[in-house]
Write a protein that binds this ligand. Structure first.
Ligand SMILES: [Zn+2]
Length: 289
């Protein structure tokens, strides 16, 4: 592996941002096609209105949308603001993750994790589903990352690893401890969402949450470990409730039924926890020492 410490960090962040915008462009294809169960590889990008193939020079992240005045070159139909928004957001997130991780073994894994969450957030916002085509590979990815990162880097990258390796799992190979942490996190993440849905169903007699949220939190829990998973759920429930109350008040809706796509808030909570969670959890734990 080349010595990345010789590269000036600012240059690295620019590369991360440009790479993020390109991945964001791919995520737009995922967000558009996965709910329709279309291939994400073929055919080339087309205008959703007139079906014209989009040339490479009209497919430059963010820039093309601005230069084309948010309209298709062929049919002049409006192109949704979602396209540049996803590209810009992914670019910013990639820079933030690169600043958080440094140019380490964990970086590509964290970037992939954040990309999956961005796709899930926008698909949930539009279709109120969290497709298995993303959550199932996401769970497999989280388990593989849990084994690979400690083995490749030898570092206790994951938030829950230091305490597990020095406590209940002391003496075991680090990847075994990491995998145990993934199982604990997945059970807490998926389990609490399942329990919330089950309780709501018993109380109100209606189905509140799809299993998509449970599967998504299996993935998040396995990857982030139990502490950051609890923070994710807390952040998701808090922001989801606030937005939900505001939304109901504005629509003069009295039906307290969960109609919000909760995956959005869980996804945002998971990204927040990945980037800022460790400091917050440490500060909170410090209050009791
Ligand atoms: Zn068109």
């Amino acid at each position: 592996m080349p010595d990345l410490s010789l590269v000036p960090p600012a240059f690295g962040y620019v590369v991360a941002g440009v790479f993020g915008a390109i991945i964001g462009s791919f995520l737009n294809v995922v967000i558009h096609r996965v709910p329709l169960e279309e291939s994400i590889v073929f055919p080339n990008s087309r205008c959703p209105s007139c079906g014209a193939v989009i040339a490479f020079y009209d497919n430059i992240p963010v820039l093309s949308w601005v230069l084309l005045g948010a309209k298709c070159r062929g049919c002049k139909e409006r192109i949704s603001f979602r396209y540049p928004a996803v590209e810009l957001l992914t670019a910013l997130l990639f820079v933030a993750v690169a600043m958080h991780d440094g140019f380490s073994v964990a970086l590509p894994f964290d970037l992939a994790f954040v990309s999956a969450l961005v796709a899930l957030i926008f698909i949930d916002a539009e279709h109120m589903i969290l497709p298995n085509a993303i959550t199932y590979p996401g769970i497999v990815f989280a388990v593989l990352a849990r084994i690979a990162i400690p083995l490749l880097s030898g570092s206790l990258h994951f938030d829950d690893l230091p305490s597990l390796a020095n406590g209940a799992f002391a003496g075991l190979p680090i990847w075994v401890t990491s995998l145990a942490g993934a199982a604990i996190g997945a059970l807490i993440g998926g389990g609490s969402l399942w329990l919330m849905g089950w309780t709501w169903e018993k109380l109100r007699g209606v189905e509140a949450m799809g299993l998509g949220d449970v599967k998504m939190m299996f993935m998040v829990g396995a990857y982030l470990g139990w502490r950051l998973t609890i923070l994710t759920i807390f952040a998701g429930v808090l922001t989801g409730s606030i937005i939900g109350i505001v939304w109901m008040a504005r629509r003069r809706e009295r039906n307290m039924q969960m109609l919000l796509p909760f995956g959005i808030f869980l996804g945002l909570g998971a990204i927040f926890s990945l980037l800022f969670g460790v400091h917050l959890v440490e500060w909170y734990a410090g209050q009791f020492r």
